[in-house]
Each structure stands twice: as structure tokens, then as C-alpha cells.
Design a protein around this ligand. Structure first.
Ligand code: 13P
Length: 266
């Protein structure tokens, strides 16, 4: 089964409004020469205060809207209320987002996000008509003690608990080994593919083969223009969640171009 690749840029806590706008303009300028069918699904996750700035760069005809989707980097599961500092799915949708990243290791580590919270967020995102990008990944210590697969499988089962097979099929998972994030140490492509295939088998176990065949599972962790071709040539890797290399249009565009060489037939 052929799944449309996704190249997503997680800008984390970077780029002021004008900088965000300029990087987005650089990406828009690159994608204008390709049709939406040729391109992978492109997703950009700016900080909340820059969502409207990047949205304002999209042209009126809507063509860049179909080529570059915007994501929130987090959300709350309640729709409104006394939750100082939080943002709801409806608010992200109202701002123009189609996707929401949840369960990033930085949120799990620094903001004590639990599997249970991630599951509630995933349900709220799907109920609101948006698509969750659910992150999972192991620490170096967990990898070295040989518990990578059981750890990741536990994270995935907890995140997907109580979600219908239909909703799981349209969700996105990002496998991001924590030791590969921001370190320049990319996970070996065969090993990333092995873990991602294992995640797909967990999805099959909880939601059946159709969902497992449809769900897109990305790799994240020091993805660069020079690594993406090998990663995209693997059977189960459906794209990338890119941090550092998404902060500059040149490197992000190169990642898109190299993805198209392998996976989109351009
Ligand atoms: P880097 O690409 O900077 O390693 O970040 C990966 C990441 O955490 C994306 O969510």
C-alpha cells in the first residue's frame, strides 16, 4: 500500500514572527513549482504567536494552503476554561491548524506530560477534526538496557487507547529516539525502519490491518538533507519530523526535494 509521505517541521520555541514569516515564504516559494500530488504532505509547526503570521503568507487562491499545512505544537484536551497558559483544539483550528503535535519528548520531560494526558489530547484532536502527530521514543539508557521495543509499544498502546480504528488510520505517529534529537546522531536508517515496523505491528494489534497499512509513521531525530534519502527508501518510514533543519527554508526545502526523489516519483 502506498502512503503519501509527510515532511513536518517542528520549529519548537524558535523564530520571531518576522523570521517565521520569512522561512515560510521561502518554503512557499519552493513548493510553487510542484503540484500537491507531487509534493509530500508538508506540515509546519510554529510557536502559537506565529501561526497567524505564517497563515498570512498563504495566497488567496488557497493553493499553498493545500500544499503546506500548519500544526500546533501542543494542545489541551478541554475545549475552554480556567487552564492558564493552555490552548484548545478549537482555538488551533480557528487559527488555521490542521495538525497538532503531541507527546513530544521535550513536553514529556520538561512539562511532565503523561501517556494518559497524551491519550486525552489525541481524542480531543480527532473529535475536533484535526490530526494528531503522536510522538514516542526511548532514552539512550532504555536503548542500552534493551527495552526500546517494549517501551515504545507501551507508549503507543497508551496513546491509542479507546480510539476507533478509523481515527487511528488517519493519525500520524513520529518515532523520535530521544538520544537522536538535536544531537546530530541520526538513528541508523535500518534500525529506525525496524522500530517503525514494530510500531506498525502494534497498531495492527490494536486497530487491525487497514489502520496499520494507512497510518503514517515518521522518523525524527537529527534529520538532514543528507540523511532523508536513505530514510525514505525504507519500507516503513513514511516521512520525517524535522527540528533544527526546518528552521531554514534552504535545508527544509532540500529535505522536501530529496524526499520527492525517492518517494514521490519526481
Ligand atoms: P532535531 O531534528 O533538531 O534533532 O529535532 C527533532 C525533533 O525533536 C522534531 O520534533
Amino acid at each position: 500500500m502506498s502512503r503519501k509521505p509527510i515532511i513536518a517541521g517542528n520549529w519548537k520555541m524558535n523564530l520571531l514572527k518576522s523570521e517565521a514569516k520569512s522561512v515560510f515564504e521561502g518554503i512557499k516559494d519552493f513548493v510553487k513549482d510542484y503540484s500537491a500530488t507531487e509534493l509530500p504532505t508538508i506540515v509546519i509547526a510554529p510557536v502559537f504567536t506565529s501561526i497567524s503570521s505564517v497563515e498570512s503568507v498563504k495566497c488567496d487562491c488557497g493553493c499553498c494552503g493545500t500544499k503546506i499545512a500548519v500544526a500546533g505544537q501542543n494542545c489541551h484536551w478541554e475545549s475552554s476554561g480556567a487552564y492558564t497558559g493552555e490552548i484548545s483544539v478549537e482555538m488551533l483550528k480557528d487559527a488555521g491548524c490542521d495538525y497538532v503535535i503531541i507527546g513530544h519528548s521535550e513536553r514529556r520531560q520538561y512539562f511532565s506530560e503523561t501517556d494518559e494526558m497524551i491519550n486525552k489530547k489525541a481524542k480531543a484532536i480527532l473529535a475536533g477534526g484535526l490530526i494528531p502527530i503522536i510522538c514516542c521514543g526511548e532514552t539512550l539508557e532504555q536503548r542500552e538496557s534493551g527495552i526500546t521495543d517494549s517501551w515504545i509499544s507501551g507508549q503507543i498502546k497508551a496513546a491509542l487507547q479507546g480510539i476507533s480504528a478509523e481515527d487511528i488510520a488517519k493519525s500520524v505517529i513520529a518515532y523520535e529516539p530521544i538520544w537522536a534529537i538535536g544531537t546530530g546522531k541520526t538513528c541508523d536508517a535500518d534500525e529506525a525502519n525496524r522500530v517503525i515496523a514494530m510500531i506498525r505491528s502494534v497498531v495492527k494489534e490494536v486497530a487491525g490491518s487497514d489502520a496499520a497499512d494507512s497510518i503514517r509513521i515518521l522518523y525524527g531525530g537529527s534529520v538532514k538533507p543528507s540523511t532523508i534519502e536513505e530514510q525514505m527508501s525504507k519500507s516503513d518510514i513514511d516521512g520525517a519530523l524535522v527540528g533544527g533543519a526546518s528552521l531554514k527554508a534552504e535545508s527544509f526545502n532540500e529535505i522536501i526535494a530529496n524526499t520527492m526523489k525517492v518517494a514521490c516519483g519526481v
